[in-house]
Design a protein around this ligand. Sequence first.
Ligand code: MTE
Ligand code: MO
Length: 311
Amino acid sequence: MPIRRPADIRSSEITDEALYRDRRSFIRQAAGIAAAGLVAPSLLAACDRGRTAASEEPAPDDALTPFEDVTTYNNFYEFGTGKGDPAKHAGSLRVRPWTVTVEGEVAKPGVYDVDELIRLFPPEERVYRLRCVEAWSMVIPWLGFPLENLLKRVEPTGQARFVEFTTLHDPEQMPGQKRRVLDWPYREGLRLDEAMHPLAILSVGLYGRMLLPQNGAPIRLVVPWKYGFKSIKSIVRIRLVNRQPVNTWQASAPNEYGFYANVNPAVDHPRWTQKRERRLGEFRHRPTLPFNGYADEVGRLYTGMDLRRNF
Ligand SMILES: Nc1nc2c(c(=O)[nH]1)N[C@H]1C(S)=C(S)[C@@H](COP(=O)(O)O)O[C@H]1N2
Ligand SMILES: [Mo]
């Protein structure tokens, strides 16, 4: 069961006074979130039992990664290349006002204020794993809405085959962009059918509150069956295109990072194995699952494709 509504967000993680205030104000902004956390614990337990019984595989028990880890161990090169840099430096990002331009091969291009997006598409809570190529992973209760909702609204033309996403480019707010460690702005891409898959979401929050800058505020992609670098942060432009876009990591090291980047334990990164991962907060290693455990849902998108070549 890949999507579940967590009933077990430990209160110690969210009831700190400041967090709670934040959470309330977010709920006011996005009425749809109010339902988060109201699901009976028994539902969750039933899902987990079912999975364990049905399979010989070690059940990936998806205990939530503590809020503290999710918000202090990050990759966001616009704020430095160290895992602790984004939490330290991303405070300089101004997340309001913020607009997202949707353009290209669409009948109805537009410029959306992020708060308008939240109003149009009330975020729901979905627990997804995020797995970095560097072999750490987390389980996060994201708040977001399916990307397909926005894409359908702008009406892709018959020419639209891919979606390209772009992060803000502003070295004053994002000091890491003053160094050419990557070809700024950060860009990512999905095939249109991947982008329309209901598991692909635009996230605006996690743990019941708005995204912190280090996690890609105010709006970022989450594609749970792909390596973390596909989940581009702080998006300002979504462009529907006819040709396969070149994503930033692919441009910087094409032999190491491909366009598809589906989590695949059978294909090693040239410099390390992709067979194992470590959950933040745990010491043991876990086997990495094909498509990050979402194979039943997304496998059909790749039937007939050689996933060694299309890595
Ligand atoms: N704009 C931008 N988006 C980005 C990155 C980045 O450096 N810049 N890093 C990516 C990588 S490599 C990972 S693993 C995830 C990490 O997301 P998290 O810090 O919220 O866990 O963000 C992805 N999105
Ligand atoms: Mo990553």
